[in-house]
Design a protein around this ligand. Sequence first.
Ligand code: ADP
Ligand code: MG
Length: 249
Amino acid sequence: MPPETKQTLPPPRLEIRNLVRNFEGRRVVDDVSLSIQPGQVTCLLGPSGCGKSTTLRMIAGVDMQDAGEIYVDGELICDTLFRVPPERRSIGLMFQDFALFPHLTVGRNVSFGLTERGAVARARAEEMLAKVGLERFIDSYPHELSGGEQQRVALARALAPQPKIMLMDEPFSGLDNRLRDGIRDETLAVLKEEDTAVLLVTHEPEEAMRMADEIALMRDGRIVQQGAPYNIYRAPKDKAAVAFFSDVN
Ligand code: ADP
Ligand code: MG
């Protein structure tokens, strides 16, 4: 357990401490710390190239930090010596191009990551598809669904194994503008029903304002400001933050 976590409070669902990642002598993630409670959505918001995806990949366990620690429910899952493999981290993932398997039915896509098989797996797929309003498509194939529907299936798939943490990297950027706000709202409603901690990466201030309980504003590998969306919007810390938020109305 991290030393200064009080015994009386439950530890955060996800806590990262002082993460550092260097590529070719350049520090692209520079001393990043964050904690997220179950049921909370934190947005890592910042311009392209600031180190958001690299941060996410270290939490997912597909990249290894050069310094720092990652804790889940107060338990160390990764530092520079010790590493729980990605598949044992109880993490759900969604990316922009996190495509469904085209040769599997929607139901099989959703049950893909489950340890259960057969009727139990199908029942779980049905339950998850009902949450996103798509149970009627359980025996359809992905190409029979619209882009927005496929996105909702991907959400159902990511949540089916009841991950402790959801990591979402620009998950809406491949969607048509007209659909995006609706799908953001639906996704948020589904996420809020689960007891999962969500880290959502985006370069769009509008998306962070709409979805986040807390925003961590990132620039050049560092978190430069952190807080409730409205507070950051109302009181950006510096000129770069003001400029970054200027296109949000
Ligand atoms: P973001 O997701 O915020 O757009 P990234 O985390 O993808 O940013 O990248 C941060 C910086 O690290 C970028 O300059 C990128 O080019 C660099 N980078 C990312 N991955 C690698 C890699 N595997 N090798 C070298 N440089 C990388
Ligand atoms: Mg990225």
